[in-house]
Unconditional design. Sequence first.
Length: 249
Amino acid sequence: MNIPEENLAPSSLATTPEAVRELNGRLEKLPAAERLAWAAEQFGAGAAIGTSFQGAGIVALHLVAQRKLSLGAFTLDTGLLFPETLALQAELEARLGIRVESLRPDYSLAEQGKLFGEKLWERDPDLCCELRKVQPLQDKLETLDCWITGVRREQAATRTDAGILELNKTPSGRWLWKLNPLADWTREQVWAHIRAHGLPYNPLHDQGYRSIGCRTCTRAVGEGGDERAGRWTGFGKKECGIHTFLQKQ
Ligand code: SF4
């Protein structure tokens, strides 16, 4: 993609491919907490962690709370989350002294049923994810300069090339930085951090759920293999679309 050199992101960071590569190289050498501190300094309230309260998200929220960084946090509440996930959100907010904004879809489940038919996720999960996850996220990202994620490279074949810092364009044409501060962490590192600090986690992980999304589209898979294998069984779908709609530089 050809990006004009004079086109600057809202934070005034240079957006040439060379500048982004150089910045990414510097951030690769820093520990995750320093990467988050960099984002807080660079973007302030214009940066926020998007989390579904899985391992990496819990670690990121903990590092932010530990260092009292002025970063926001949000989650996509589709209306179909497991009760365990909602309970974990409340527990983390209380324990870490943070607030995680819940982003909700335009349509309630009843409205979606009337407009698109009942149990859309059983017939067209792409459309269901678009309505319940992608659109609320797109609206939120249009208000941010930097989206901080819990993406890790070893999570799935679709994520192996994730950079620590990436530059994207939103559908409206705005620059948006994406920071994946734990991209190079292994699953073992994430869980070692959670155990070492006695952090709360989703009890479904102890029941064989490795990647946890909506209760309608997630099943237990046990150990081994692709961490996201238990999502959208039978559909050949591996991503809900929230990490694929941006135009990567
Ligand atoms: S994960 Fe399933 S229920 Fe949740 S938004 Fe996507 S298709 Fe719909």
